[in-house]
Design a protein around this ligand. Structure first.
Ligand code: QAP
Ligand code: CO
Length: 168
């Protein structure tokens, strides 16, 4: 098991569009295990492969209260079930320390594969729907700060830069 290094905004690698996963097997399972370990340690509710500098279409999440419902989505796609949107505070392991309100659809249908390559379909609502969309955005090179005003985004960029200087 290993904790993976998480890329931080504004790292250009977070802008990479990930490629479909085509190889299922031990290397993928090892990556999934390490991504869960990294997510639970943070602690976080979701992590996309892009964030650990692996540019493949894979994400893990666990939005359960007891942290005992790990879910893996390989090559995920979603459609809206209706037009209902709501505002939620979002954070991101790649934007540590910052939480901002983002408006997103609340009801989606998701198709994906599990880590063995078997297809599945599920409906997601509320936080689970928000988290899946946030993580799929990562696979497309998009961050939640992109939904904020440029003023807010630049302030976050400056504060993270200062914080990293203090940490160094
Ligand atoms: C995405 O994000 C998400 O700032 C997952 O210092 C979050 O798990 C979707 C984290 C909220 C919807 C709502 C953030 C950990 C974890 C931090 C996360 C931090 C440590 C973020
Ligand atoms: Co994120």
């Amino acid at each position: 098991m290993a904790l993976l290094k998480v890329l931080e905004f504004p790292d250009a690698r977070l802008r990479t569009k990930a490629s479909p996963v085509t190889e299922f097997g031990p290397p993928l399972s090892g990556l999934v295990r390490d991504m869960f370990e990294t997510m639970y340690a943070a602690p976080g509710i979701g992590l996309a492969a892009t964030q650990v500098d692996v540019h493949q279409r894979l994400l893990v999440l666990d939005v359960s209260k007891n942290r005992d419902e790990p879910r893996v989505f390989v090559n995920p796609q979603f459609t809206l079930l209706d037009q209902e949107c709501a505002e939620n505070d979002e954070g991101c392991l790649s934007v540590p320390g910052f939480y901002e309100s983002v408006v997103r659809p609340q009801n989606i249908s998701v198709t994906a594969q599990n880590e063995h390559g078997e297809g599945f379909n599920l409906e997601a609502h509320g936080l689970m729907a928000v988290c899946i969309q946030h993580e799929i955005d990562h696979l497309n090179g998009k961050l939640f700060v992109d939904y904020l005003s440029s003023l807010k985004r630049e302030r976050i960029r400056q504060k993270l830069k200062k914080q990293r200087k203090l940490d160094a």
